[in-house]
Design a protein around this ligand. Structure first.
Ligand code: FAD
Length: 543
């Protein structure tokens, strides 16, 4: 197979133009072309207003050797092997019980999917509700402010990503093909095929919700089981030669309002970054963990039209997607400020999961058609800022900010104009940017939430961003807070076997500190499933 890299076509090209470009690049006739697949597609706006798509494309031709002889072009690779992901089942140890996966976020879902697909009959435990019930719970919270502690933007089927922007790009290296496999599986269960080659794949909360439901159906059809409203509240271990080994999980069924024990010799803890009670429980059992740097800040909203014009040029074609951006700045105080989880055409969401604490995040639908662009603007904080060396000090640091945000907005999302944020005065009216927020909001002084070093870093960072994207620091840009759940504040230590020192516990995904984002969490779920399959036989249930 031949791979053409950096194949550039005008943004308005047709499929005929595309094929002609392949023929021209390879100096072949139409009859010699047997087929092609796009591997990557990105937009090149460096010469705006002229915009291009840049492709990497795999091409099958009748006589590759002939093309190799005639074409000299360093953008072309020959004898390329197609990417193929392979899940190997080579374990020999017997499992006494079905493997258990705690959490149905991307990490748990993909781990469960792979294990179910290969005969391990996993049980997935999820403290929250299935996606349909969860959607109702979340929408009710946004409307009336009454938080459901187990079914919210952080907890429930699909995990923290379900009410998200559904960006699926990751910076994690993909030596083993897991990234492509995640996208392929998403596409197989209802996401558009184009996510497998777009450089910035995006599906939005509407598509993602449908996809996770289809993946759950697949798991159940392949011998797995998913139990909602099932929160792991404790573990029981036994000791063998001084080593703690997992024996049972204590589970609270919040629908039946009863607690039961589940025997297990293997549990994947894919609990996400917001399972603070579960972190505490594991800490009390002596599971080794350490605090971890993360980042905190605000969401900022601008008109999407302003961003589009900056990124694509003034008279950009209307078929282009709402434009994303990414900005970073290094400040004199040694801290980094950067944009994170940018949501073109999106909404800010009240993403709280604890009573009297408030956190925000960003979300979009597949069409990305709201009037505003929003992004987190965040500052790195490290364990030195937490005021204690306790492994869970980062959680307490987040909680303080979230309590301050809740107070500042009287339980609603506190909102402020950037001009007022700089002047440290509460906003009393909005400017021309109308907040697009899911959840109730209130004008306030968002700056009050933060210690001065964070507030000052955010102000400086946003002013620096204005040099890169003019208008960014406009006085009426809408700030809301607090963006505190950017990644896990703790790492649950695991060894090369991906187990914790408490044997049988596999910390996995973002909450355990091994991923950041939907795709990388899913990849870590796959990696954990691979590890389990390298040690254990598929499970055989006694009839
Ligand atoms: P989670 O998705 O957090 O899943 C953990 C699951 O475990 C939850 O469902 C929880 O209910 C369950 N659980 C926790 N404790 C227990 C317990 N004791 N018993 C039973 N179940 C338990 N990332 C992107 O890549 N792109 C985006 O566009 C994006 N947008 C986001 C928007 C929002 C609003 C939010 C909140 C996050 C967004 N993220 C995004 C981040 C992304 O969602 C996370 O990185 C990802 O979901 C982490 O996956 P995970 O499986 O490790 O954990």
């Amino acid at each position: 197979m031949i791979r053409i890299n950096q194949m550039k076509l005008n943004i308005e090209h047709t499929s005929d133009d595309f094929e002609r470009k392949i023929l021209k690049t390879l100096c072949i006739k139409k009859e010699e072309l047997q087929g092609f697949q796009i591997r990557k597609q990105s937009i090149d706006a460096r010469k705006k207003p002229v915009l291009y798509y840049v492709y990497s494309v795999d091409v099958q031709v009748r006589d590759e050797a002939k093309v190799k002889k005639t074409v000299k072009n360093n953008q072309i690779q020959f004898q390329v092997k197609p990417d193929s992901y392979h899940f190997e089942v080579k374990g020999t140890k017997e499992l006494t019980h079905r493997p258990v996966i705690i959490g149905t976020g991307p990490a748990g879902l993909f781990c469960g999917y792979m294990l179910a697909a290969h005969g391990y009959q996993p049980i997935l435990l999820e403290r929250g509700a299935d996606v349909d019930q969860r959607t109702k719970d979340v929408e009710a919270f946004w409307e009336n402010g009454r938080l459901n502690l187990s079914s919210n933007v952080q907890f429930g089927e699909g995990g923290a990503g379900t009410f998200s922007d559904g960006k699926l790009n990751t910076l994690v290296k993909d030596k083993f093909g897991r990234n492509h496999e995640v996208l392929r599986i998403f596409a197989e269960h209802g996401a558009p095929e184009s996510i497998t080659y777009e450089s910035k794949p995006h599906i939005g909360t509407d598509v993602l919700s449908a996809v996770v439901k289809e993946m759950r159906k697949y798991i159940c059809a392949h011998g797995g089981e998913v139990r909602f409203h099932s929160q792991v509240t404790d573990i029981q271990t036994h000791s063998d030669n001084g080593q703690k080994i997992l024996r049972k999980l204590k589970i609270y069924d919040s629908q039946k309002k009863e607690t039961y024990l589940l025997d297990t010799d293997l549990a994947v803890f894919a609990i996400g970054h917001s399972a603070r009670d579960t972190f505490s429980m594991l800490y009390q059992h002596g599971l080794p963990m350490q605090p971890k740097a993360f980042a905190v800040g605000v969401r900022i909203e601008h008109p999407q039209e302003m961003i589009n014009q900056d990124q694509y040029g003034k008279n950009y074609p209307s078929f282009l997607p709402a434009a994303p951006y990414k900005l970073t700045a290094n400040l004199d105080n040694g801290r980094g400020v950067y944009t994170f989880c940018m949501c073109p055409g999106g909404y800010v969401v009240n993403a709280s999961s604890e009573e009297h604490r408030l956190a925000v995040n960003g979300m979009s639908y597949s069409r990305r058609d709201s009037q505003n662009a929003n992004t987190a603007v965040i500052v790195t904080v490290s364990p030195d800022d937490f005021g204690s060396d306790h492994p869970l000090a980062g959680v307490e640091f987040q909680r303080k900010l979230e309590e301050a945000a809740y107070l500042e907005g009287n339980g609603k999302v506190p909102v402020q104009l950037f001009g007022d944020f700089c002047e440290n005065r509460p906003s009393v009216q909005l400017g021309t940017v109308t907040p697009h927020i899911k959840g109730m909001y209130q004008l306030a002084n968002v700056r009050n939430i933060f210690p001065e070093f964070i507030a000052e870093s955010l102000t400086e960072g946003i002013q620096i961003f204005d040099h890169k994207l003019p208008g960014y620091a406009r006085c009426d840009a809408v700030i809301s807070g607090v963006e505190s759940r950017t990644s896990s504040p703790v790492r649950l230590i695991r060894d090369q076997s991906l187990q914790s020192e408490i044997r049988g516990i596999y910390p996995c995904g973002e909450g355990a500190g091994y991923a950041g984002g939907i795709t990388s969490a899913a990849m870590d779920g796959i990696k954990t499933a691979e590890m389990i399959a390298s040690v254990y036989h598929p499970f055989k249930m006694e009839s």
